[in-house]
Design a protein around this ligand. Structure first.
Ligand code: GRF
Length: 189
């Protein structure tokens, strides 16, 4: 069984969806108060906090991340609402074994505020992307995408909620395929 660690910073709804599909060996957060930590603990999943504020710089923070990940013999990392940018050194060490979910149809809208940007652009559809993490932010090979319609009365919040529901379908499905060695992109619906 591949040893998967999930990194979070917030509520962890994607972590829960992933954990229900593939039991992780660790849920790690950079935020001590992340709601996802209690959700993981409620599922008896080991948790760790590595607070980035406790370290003088990114390399020191990432060295502690690596220590925790190695202590759990991690083989694959899933970023699930993890809001820290990882250095090329960290990413290259994991060499294609880090996945991320991003709330837009990449390559459109890398970075933040993706839903408002889609609304501002008048897009008729939006969605989410699971991709392999590379040193360039939100830019790696696409492993899956899910599309949703943008509705006339959508706000960033209503669109985010519709996309999030798709994230919870897409990410577990892509992770299962990835762990079977299948990197053929999955498109939903
Ligand atoms: C999701 O919208 C995801 O696309 C983005 O951050 C959010 C995480 O939500 N990366 P949650 O913490 O998984 O509920």
């Amino acid at each position: 069984m591949t040893r998967v660690a999930i990194l979070i910073s917030g509520g962890g709804s994607n972590m829960v969806a992933l954990a229900d599909a593939v039991r992780p060996v660790l849920v790690l957060s950079n935020e001590p108060g992340a709601g996802g930590l209690s959700k993981a603990a409620a599922r008896d999943i080991p948790t760790e906090v590595v607070d980035h504020r406790d370290f003088p710089d990114r390399p020191a923070f990432e060295a502690e991340l690596t220590r925790q990940l190695d202590a759990h013999q991690t083989q694959v990392i899933c970023l699930a609402g993890f809001m820290r940018i990882l250095t090329p050194g960290f990413v290259e060490r994991w060499d294609g074994r880090i996945l991320n979910i991003h709330p837009s149809l990449l390559p459109k809208y890398p970075g933040l505020n993706t839903h408002q940007r889609a609304l501002d652009a008048g897009d008729s559809e939006a969605g989410c992307t699971v991709h392999m993490v590379t040193p360039v932010l939100d830019d790696g090979p696409i492993l899956g995408q899910a599309r949703v319609p943008v509705l006339p009365d959508d706000t960033a919040q209503s669109l985010a909620a519709r996309v999030l529901a798709e994230e919870h379908e897409l990410y577990p499905a892509v992770l299962r395929r990835f762990l079977e060695g299948n990197i053929e992109p999955l498109y939903l619906p």
